[in-house]
Design a protein around this ligand. Structure first.
Ligand SMILES: *Cc1c(COP(=O)(O)O)cnc(C)c1O
Length: 387
């Protein structure tokens, strides 16, 4: 008897649940959605391939496309940035103490904890909000195995100084490059530094695959190791000695990434336009200090400002004022990780960390995303200028 393929009838109930569109205030960021019609051919291919995950054709194509777009040789897609950070730390066998920044998203420190390492927080630089190399050197002990710097807001870290410190002290370096998609210095990707760099493709990031991330490796052997670690530690059909995680990105998300990539240059150009307008308008406002990072191709993922003591109200009050006008600015990254439960009892959290603590108090990230209208940019500027 020949079995024929049939589509089972849909149960009546399954047709009911529908989520209504949500109206929300102007967020600090918003994902770009390509025209739905352009996604449908990808879906049709996935439906006919029935290859949904485990390094499918779109997954492979996105790895190649991202390598080309970002100017790096070896990319491993991951299910999200946090799992990617954890996997990168496993690949380098990081343990003991790891020197990092307190001025970042919690996932940076969480990944260390999940990998069984102890975060050691050091102060940051007020020019770019990144870990200060002098602080790294002072924090090294015989238990230090690695440095985990963050290219905060896509501002490049002092990579040459960090490389030097790592070489002298035999430390591994993993960059949390969650904010640094496409960032270049002298035409070179910032992702080419350190032992590994980790990207996030979360919905709030410049380039997104709903959830997702990637690890950039310096060579094929390292990429092969990462690829095994993201797939339970499988080597071919056999499991390796190491227990590992499921960190794979699926075909639906990979296809969405390929579609996003077609638009990314235009999206970043629109962000750059908004950034230029903010810079021009805020230059004259007493007590509002935007960051000027020279000689870098930024991705304009964030528009951070410092609300200094010369401004009539502190950053939290200004943030509340914007929120009541329907504009959601965000205090990234307040509070500092070293002041959060779960971290504040660590020895390094007891230090003064004066720059990080001041910046955390004064920081405010203004709305910036490709869908943001000129009207809303002007309204934001008006509130900053006139209260
Ligand atoms: C978003 C982010 C992460 C985590 O990425 P997910 O993809 O959301 O897991 C890690 N570090 C920093 C600095 C981030 O901003």
């Amino acid at each position: 008897m020949k079995l024929t393929e049939t589509t089972p009838a849909m149960p009546a109930l399954a047709r009911l649940p529908q989520v209504a569109p949500v109206e929300r205030p102007t967020p600090v960021t918003q994902p770009f959605m390509p025209p739905l019609g352009e996604y449908l051919p990808y879906l049709e291919t996935i439906w006919s391939n029935r290859w949904l995950t485990n390094s499918g054709p779109y997954h492979q194509e996105l790895e190649r496309a991202l390598e080309q777009h970002l100017g790096v040789e070896h990319i491993s897609l991951m299910s999200n940035g946090t799992v990617a950070l954890w996997t990168a730390l496993q690949a380098l066998k990081v343990s003991g103490e790891v020197i990092t920044t307190p001025f970042t998203f919690v996932a940076t420190a969480h990944a260390l904890r999940l990998a069984g390492a102890t975060p050691v927080f050091v102060d940051i630089d007020e020019q770019d909000c990144n870990i200060a190399p002098a602080g790294i050197e002072a924090a090294i002990t015989e238990r230090t195995s690695a440095i985990l710097p963050v290219h905060c807001f896509g501002h490049p870290c002092e990579v040459d100084a960090i490389t030097r410190i790592a070489e002298i002290n035999d430390l591994r370096v993993v960059y949390d490059a969650a904010h640094a998609f496409g960032v270049q210095v002298d035409g070179q990707s910032i992702l080419r530094h350190g032992d590994l760099s980790v990207l996030s493709f979360h919905a709030t990031k410049v380039f997104n695959t709903f959830e997702g991330g990637a690890i950039v490796s310096p060579d094929g052997r390292t990429k092969a190791r990462i690829d095994r670690l993201r797939n339970f530690g499988f080597h071919g059909d056999t499991i390796m000695a190491t227990a590992s995680i499921n960190g794979k990105l699926n075909e639906l998300q990979s296809a969405f990434g390929l579609l996003q990539l077609r638009y990314i240059d235009g999206l970043i150009a629109r962000r750059a336009q908004i950034s230029r307008r903010y810079h021009a308008a805020l230059a004259d406002i007493q007590g509002i200090a935007p960051f000027r990072v020279e000689g870098v191709t930024l991705n304009h993922s964030y528009f951070p400002i410092l609300v200094t003591d010369e401004y009539p109200v502190p950053a939290d009050a200004l943030c509340a004022r914007l929120t009541s006008a329907g504009i959601l600015a965000r205090r990234y990254f307040h509070p500092l990780i070293c002041d959060m439960p779960g971290y504040r009892d660590l020895p390094s959290a007891q230090q003064p960390l004066p720059v990080a603590r001041r910046i955390a108090r004064q920081i405010l990230c203004l709305p910036i995303h490709p869908n943001l209208s000129d009207t809303l940019v002007e309204r934001t500027i008006d509130i900053l200028a006139n209260g």
